[in-house]
Ligand binder design. Sequence first.
Ligand code: TYM
Length: 325
Amino acid sequence: MKDKLFSGIQPSGDIHLGNYLGALKNWIALLDEYDAIFSIVDYHAITVPYEAHELQQRILDATAIVIAAGLDPERSTLFVQSTVPEHTELCWILGTVTRISDLERMTQFKQKSQQFYQTVNMGLFAYPVLQAADIILYKAKAVPVGEDQAQHIELCREIVRKFNKTYGETFPEPQAILGEAKRILGLDGQAKMSKTMDNTIGLAEDPKSIQKKLNKAVTDPARVRKTDPGNPNICNIFTLQHFFSTPSEIEYVDRECRVAGIGCLECKKILGKNIIAEILPIQEKYENLKYQKKYLQDILAAGSKRCQEIAATTMEEVREKLGMR
Ligand code: TYM
């Protein structure tokens, strides 16, 4: 039997290149190695303000785009978190073995509680506990995520150790799997590319809009004029070239930027062309899939059924260990 892998994505905005490079590509690469379970995590998405009437459509859109990108539903399980309520039950239980001081030092909580200071709520604080529940409900050992989530997986391991020590060996300690693109920066070249910031390139975004956004994106801040030599080492656009362009294009840009042989706009044109070439086939599949509501709903329903069965078995064991049966 293959080890289980678990990962999740929030249906809280358009899936962007950070999600694609930092997580999704790795999910797809690991499909055959693991018994892979992926969740559209709607319980997590409601920890910050959102539009309730848009949620179902966002869930279907996220499902369509991950499948279009190559997440084969025949070789993995895909489901919506809230259709398996055991996630919240286990979250509550894990909350009783989680230290408040550990949650307080979570970088994501600190950052989001500043960003959403008017609505900071208990769900946002407990976000990593729910994430731990997501993973261990399936006794998953591998968790492919971007670097921003590594701290949450470390906390999950801590929670598992505490649970196992208190109630007896029950869960394996999961391991974060980071890909090559650990932390993709946004178009501002400063902050992480993020659905809640206005700094993204969407995977389903119109090619013209992608090029337009790239053209305005921040590059080497010291390069003011086209005649100034640039430093690719500190340029986010150059970093992105590594994930989309050919070795000879990267070498060309690197060399010519340093001697002001090319300007930033030319570099951005090369990048734009290559991003669009890679994501165009995904967009074409997505355009077709997103109207197949029944097909998407059936995939999610089948995934949910399988997950409900696993979750029920785990929770039987957990309730018994806690003296609740
Ligand atoms: P979400 O939707 O915010 O992000 C989904 C995945 O994309 C990665 N990611 C990035 N990677 C590199 N550079 C970026 N700029 C970037 N932005 C996002 C994230 O690291 C993540 O892997 N909390 C999770 C969802 C979740 C989850 C789980 C993941 C809920 N339960 C259990 C793993 C296991 C999240 O960040 O979603």
